[in-house]
Design a protein around this ligand. Sequence first.
Ligand code: NAG
Ligand code: NAG
Ligand code: NAG
Length: 266
Amino acid sequence: MEFSRISVFSCCALLLCTTLVYGQATSPPAPVALSPTPTPAPAYVNLTELLSVAGPFHTFLGYLESTKVIDTFQNQANNTEQGITIFVPKDNAFKGLRKPSLSNLSDDQLKSLILFHALPKFYSLSDFSELSTKGTISTLAGGQYALNFIDDSGTVHLDSGWSKTKVTSAVHSTDPVAIYQVDKVLLPEAIFGTNIPPTPAPAPAPAPDTDISPAVAADSPSAESKESSSSPEPSPSTSSSHRILNLGIWRQVVLAILAGGVGLFC
Ligand SMILES: *[C@@H]1O[C@H](CO)[C@@H](O)[C@H](O)[C@H]1NC(C)=O
Ligand SMILES: *[C@@H]1O[C@H](CO)[C@@H](O)[C@H](O)[C@H]1NC(C)=O
Ligand SMILES: *[C@@H]1O[C@H](CO)[C@@H](O)[C@H](O)[C@H]1NC(C)=O
């Protein structure tokens, strides 16, 4: 009698525990990739607005407006299938620029230099490693204004001859508009010539490390970082540890209840 009660109890406990384990284990880890806004794809991105809140990119935006290149960029973003990719130097990249400076450029040269910061096609960050295998890539400034992409084990570097810089972060990357922050102003050989000084950094370059952290901080309200913070990567580890914890607690609760029940029967 005693023995069969215990075996009934054990069976029940086992059954309950397995049901619990099964139920917990198959419950979905987390609502995957919940996009915060159910965007019905309004393709229009106001570049002026975007660049005035990110960054700070005020110097670049100032040049975009004074040269009217902003209209070219906005038109490319609005009205083409290919879209646009823009490399935007932060304000302190312009401050570090002394030799050569932009001050004695003609209006046309300045316009070309700003156009040189954009490619007439949308590229996501993952496209750059493929671009690095394609040699020089023409920019919106035209054929002889070309950039080289160098994939340095996952970090993308841009080489304009005069400027070698890395793509530090994505400000916006939703087809058709990609905007990436760069450490330096891109100086084209077509303007400054091929007589590039041997020292690759003509300006007293600010330490790249101090440059990155404010960039990342400044980016945090952007769509890109929202996407990455809601990405499923970090959640499984935390949710699975919660699951294990919950399971432990539940198993104890069930056993306690069952033990109580058995106590009543005995
Ligand atoms: C784009 O944004 C700027 C700055 O917020 C604003 O002045 C301009 O009117 C906007 N353009 C359009 C077409 O909405
Ligand atoms: C881009 O599209 C917006 C919204 O449709 C429009 O207001 C703006 O004038 C367009 N700009 C260009 C340069 O096409
Ligand atoms: C700017 O001025 C410097 C010094 O006068 C000169 O060497 C350089 O060629 C000028 N740059 C351009 C693009 O005219």
